[in-house]
Write a protein that binds this ligand. Structure first.
Ligand SMILES: [Zn+2]
Length: 503
């Protein structure tokens, strides 16, 4: 991405704002930030999770620019002391382009953030959102189960909602009554009955769920399990013959089970209800056009050997070209997909200690851990070793049984661990997961583009506002041939922030 110098004295502010938005879409940004500072307005794009400076607007034009954005997003331009929300809805190459806008007064002025909502990823379906073949089969099996709970877990921005919606797409058939409870509903999907939570009038997740059960549902999607009551209703719905799909803010399979058992649910009901747990992270994707290769360090060789029992000499590495940012372009999900079999169900019911549960989950290669899935994607050149270290939580993702691997990961000085490398040649748990591995080659599977179903969205725009004006394509002056909107898996997760309180 290029830092842009505008001619603020001669170019109309309307045009500049349109160009900023067009550039943001071209660069696959998920957000545009307008940060007031004492001497300028700093415009930044969030691309693949990181903020990048895009332009500096001189103070003399700061107010005009902020006002222009507030006008097109339907905000009150006379109010600058209170936070406001707005929306911009337009089209680009016939595809809907929805933006959610937030203005917040800070000491140096008003900070405006535009979120660009990208629905394209979740609408590609579960076949195309980055599951490995083994994990994809597991997820498909889970979705065949008529009743039970499937949970996708991860932090904000881990792409868990994208995955949840992709699963719902698969369940969205005329034979099934699918009802969702969301907070808020922003992406309307044809065929689903979507309920908007309104806590202020008493329509909480729990209240909505109680009514939904009288609506003859087959599949119930709960935006997020946040409290005990919602968790209890989810479990009861599951054991009375419904398939419940939801998300929860936890790290991995074991943490999720631990969290659920802390939620005041009878253990035997939980054990009966759980069908599958999908834990997820997002790592930056290596740019396929410029990625290079470098010799692996002893430390990297050790970690890869211990985690996925593979001997490697070289690793892909980010380089950087005109098409990417520092060698990365887009993001790739890292998964841990655990099918809850009878042994795990019994362990949950019987309050089996965590380390024993760990063996049941990961033993005999039953579940490929986040680290293993991530490292396979490293070896296949989808992401880098550094990215995996960044997204995997060494403190919580490893237990007593993995002490060796954990120490290998923590002990970044290879000399420290080389001795024990010789000592520990037994690899009882981590063998034979190499079926998908291809050592550095350019043969990387790209998700295929699928046709997108029609999306109807609800802009939060006040049409009665006389200042309101939807920018037309002409006004936005997109160079449409340059824009790759939705063409590749950008994985800028649109949903997590709706389901979390953070935004
Ligand atoms: Zn590149």
């Amino acid at each position: 991405m290029v830092f842009k110098e505008y001619d603020y004295d001669n170019q109309p502010i309307v045009e500049i704002v349109n160009e900023i938005m067009a550039d943001a879409v071209k660069n696959r940004a998920s957000d545009i930030h307008f940060d007031p500072t004492p001497d300028k307005l700093k415009v930044r794009f969030r691309i693949d999770g990181d903020l990048v400076d895009y332009a500096y607007v001189p103070n003399a034009f700061k107010k005009n620019m902020t006002t222009r954005i507030k006008i097109i997003s339907g905000m009150n331009i006379t109010e600058s002391r209170l936070p406001q929300d707005g929306a911009i809805k337009t089209e680009l190459e016939g595809k809907p382009l929805d933006m959610r806008v937030s203005a917040l007064p800070i000491v140096d002025g008003e900070k405006v953030v535009i979120r660009i909502l990208d629905y394209s990823t979740s609408l590609q379906g579960i076949d195309n959102i980055g599951f490995s073949d083994v994990n994809l089969e597991k997820v498909k099996r889970m979705l065949e189960v008529p009743n039970g709970i499937i949970l996708t877990t991860g932090a904000t921005g881990s792409g868990k909602s994208t995955t949840t919606y992709a699963m719902l797409q698969r369940l969205n058939t005329p034979e099934l009554n699918v009802i969702t409870v969301e907070d808020p509903v922003e992406m309307k999907i044809e065929g689903l009955n979507q309920v908007q939570v309104m806590a202020e009038i008493g329509l909480t997740f729990a209240a909505a769920l109680r009514s939904i059960l009288r609506q003859d549902p087959d599949v119930i999607m709960i935006g997020e399990i946040r409290d005990n009551e919602t968790a209890r209703i989810a479990v009861r719905s599951a054991i009375t013959g419904h398939l419940v799909v939801s998300t929860i803010h936890t790290n991995n399979t074991l943490n999720t089970i631990e969290r659920l058992t802390d939620m005041d649910i009878e253990r035997y009901l939980l054990g009966t209800a759980l069908v599958g747990l999908i834990s997820q992270r997002l790592a930056k994707k290596l740019c396929p056009k410029c990625r290079g290769s470098r010799p692996a360090t002893e430390y990297e060789k050790l970690v890869i050997k211990k985690a996925i029992n593979l001997d490697i000499d070289n690793l892909y590495t980010p380089v950087g070209c005109d098409d990417c940012l520092g060698g990365y372009r887009g993001r790739v999900p890292i998964h841990e997909v655990c099918e809850i079999d009878q042994d795990i169900k019994d362990a949950i019911t019987n309050s089996t200690p965590k380390e024993q549960l760990r063996k049941l989950v990961y033993g005999n290669n039953k579940t490929i851990s986040l680290l293993q899935d991530g490292l396979k994607k490293v070896v296949n050149g989808l992401t880098s070793f550094e990215e995996i270290l960044r997204v995997i939580d060494i403190e919580t993702d490893f237990g007593d049984g993995d002490e060796e691997l954990r120490m290998a990961l923590l002990g970044k000085l290879p000399t420290k661990k080389q001795e024990s490398e010789e000592d520990n040649t037994s690899q009882e748990n981590n063998n034979n997961q190499n079926e998908e591995i291809t050592q550095p080659s350019s043969d990387i599977k790209e998700p295929e583009k699928t046709t997108e179903p029609e999306i109807k969205s609800q802009p939060k725009i006040d049409p009665n506002n006389p200042d309101f004006e939807i920018p037309t394509e002409d006004k936005l002056s997109f160079n449409q041939s340059d824009v790759n909107f939705g063409e590749e898996m950008s994985y800028d997760d649109f949903g997590d922030d709706y389901l979390d309180d953070d935004y």
